[in-house]
Design a protein around this ligand. Sequence first.
Ligand code: SF4
Length: 429
Amino acid sequence: MGLTFSIHTLGCRANQADSEQMAQILLSAGFEEVAFGQPADCQVVNTCTVTREADRKSAQMVRRAARLGDQVVVTGCGAAQKGGAWQRVPSTALRLPPEQREQILEKIGAQHCPSGDRLERNWLRRDRARALLRIQEGCDQFCTFCIVPYVRGRARSQSREWVLEQVLALGTQEVVLSGIHLSAWGQERQEDLADLLEFLLPRTPGVRYRLSSVEPDLFPTRIFDLMVGYPERVCPHLHLVLQHASDAVLQRMHRGYDLAHYDALVQEFVTRVPGACLTTDLMVGFPGETHQDFEILMRYVRRTPFARIHVFPYSQRPGTSAARFPDQVAEAVSQQRRDRLLKLADRKRIAFQRQNLGQIREALVESESEQPGWMKATSDNFLPLLLRGGPALRGKRLLCRLQRRRGELIIAVAESGAETGTVSREEGF
Ligand code: SF4
């Protein structure tokens, strides 16, 4: 085996997309990937600092990596951190700011690229059916609990031509467009995400698009027209971050919208888009969150068809304004609220799964399941599926009937003549 690397990724989808990109750069340069935890020549830790706990875990993983490899690269939001949990991180760890991730080879001083300095930019291991593509970076929102704008800088986005070039190079069945504040894509050029999809759809025949997490402010509702008009190309899935349903809390969080705005988007999405799958992030225990605020949140969740909810208890993040707010909520209260909300979230998830049983949906087959003879797939509306079949199905898009629940998964059966999308690199149709 030649030179090896491993990557451990913490945090959000934006970090996952960055890790994909760095992995591909290293693979193109002749490195081989090994699982994190194995000895490797280069260990990359893509860190997250969104909460104190994330900070602690990130620093811990960097220390663990340092025990395993010759060279440790710390990237992600923790690349600039030094104090607190990071004090015991070895000073030999190389710090790679996320916006310089494309320079990872130069940073580690690697002269191993078999094709000289020219790297292929198709940032994906070719056996993957789905690619995460980062098209936006940074954020101007300055939510009071969040450190990201301080460590990732101002909002900026890739041009639509750049995105097109990447999608064509990837050649995958599905591309997930991601960013720190994805809804802000293109705002510096008076463009929005719907403009981007309208540009991409006719130029990338067969590719299915999914949006990663989006913020409600700046979200263009013309996206719903595209979901309705191109049901096989634009997934009917919206991860629309809410954080809280109490306007008083939203205001203190500096989120830039109120519940009425959020709910108007939700109503339009679920009434107009067939098979709509709505998922979200919620935060409990934000400073000043009263019992009444929490009950407002519970009531809203009960009456809204969320298919999946990520629940985060607030954690004080040094350097953010919320860390200095009075009325910090006691940890025990915060945990109690988290547990109540998680139980409700579980019921909502099961309800969405049940509502989909018997439906025919398009599934993208991704990988082999641990159970022989079964493949893992994901429906266009984000349901995790199990399909009978072997590796030959990987990367295929099939029409499937959703049959029955098995724990977290739904057993699906391919309809006869079920293959749907074929990705073509020809331009225009
Ligand atoms: S929108 Fe708010 S939570 Fe999201 S990255 Fe920007 S500041 Fe952080």
